[in-house]
Design a protein around this ligand. Structure first.
Ligand SMILES: [Zn+2]
Length: 209
């Protein structure tokens, strides 16, 4: 993931309740003007599963990932039939041979269901900044929001952290129709501001000069 796809973050066996890929990688695709990222999901097989079934399973990861790959351990190349099935379905192929991975077919770019993609990224400790729009490290995989204060702006400036805040209006709206119930007034609608925006922008609002 890091060497071939230039991912800055990767993890194994991550996913949501609807399914988890064997490997997830995140890489930057925003150029100089944006901190946009792309999620790559890889399903790893041992060369024994029925190919079309494994391909269909791989394709399913596009509900939460931008690119999907099936990696298969095998001594021989993929057959013409297999390449056609993969192209027809729209998945990428990676051949694993002697611990070496070769990208045989590239995955098309998919637009996943955004809430599933954001939930997956949050699982990996990444969140979107509401000011600059970049994805940044909100915490670790073990402690998801460790790099954020809870609506404490001054503390965020002092400790060089980001900020997490809650949107009550949107939460109430979703609670009213039963879309996302808020038991005992719990607000699930969390939003983030990155440490860079706190340091370069918000900190100046409290400066005297
Ligand atoms: Zn930001």
């Amino acid at each position: 993931m890091k060497r071939h796809f230039l991912c800055f973050k990767s993890d194994i066996n991550k996913g949501l309740k609807h399914g988890r890929a064997d490997v997830i990688g995140i890489r930057d695709i925003g150029g100089d003007l944006s901190g946009e990222v792309e999620t790559i999901a890889i399903e790893i097989k041992r060369g024994t599963s029925p190919f079309a079934t494994a391909s269909g399973q791989t394709l399913g990861y596009n509900v939460s990932a931008n690119r999907v790959y099936l990696a298969d351990r095998r001594a021989k190349s993929f057959t013409q039939d297999e390449l056609q099935i993969a192209s027809h379905l729209g998945i990428g192929l990676i051949q694993i041979r002697n611990k070496k991975c070769t990208e045989v077919l590239s995955s098309p770019f998919y637009r996943p269901i955004q809430r599933f993609n954001f939930a997956l990224l949050e699982n990996l400790g990444l969140g979107k900044c509401q000011l600059c729009g970049s994805f940044f490290e909100i915490g670790t995989i073990e402690k998801t929001h460790a790099n954020l204060t809870r609506e404490k702006v001054k503390q965020a400036i002092l400790k060089e952290k980001g900020i997490m805040f809650w949107n009550e209006e949107v939460a109430t709206r979703k609670d009213k129709v039963g879309l996302r119930p808020s038991p005992q007034g719990i607000v699930w609608e969390r939003r983030f501001i990155c440490p860079e925006c706190v340091r370069n922008f918000i900190s100046q609002l409290s400066a005297s000069d």
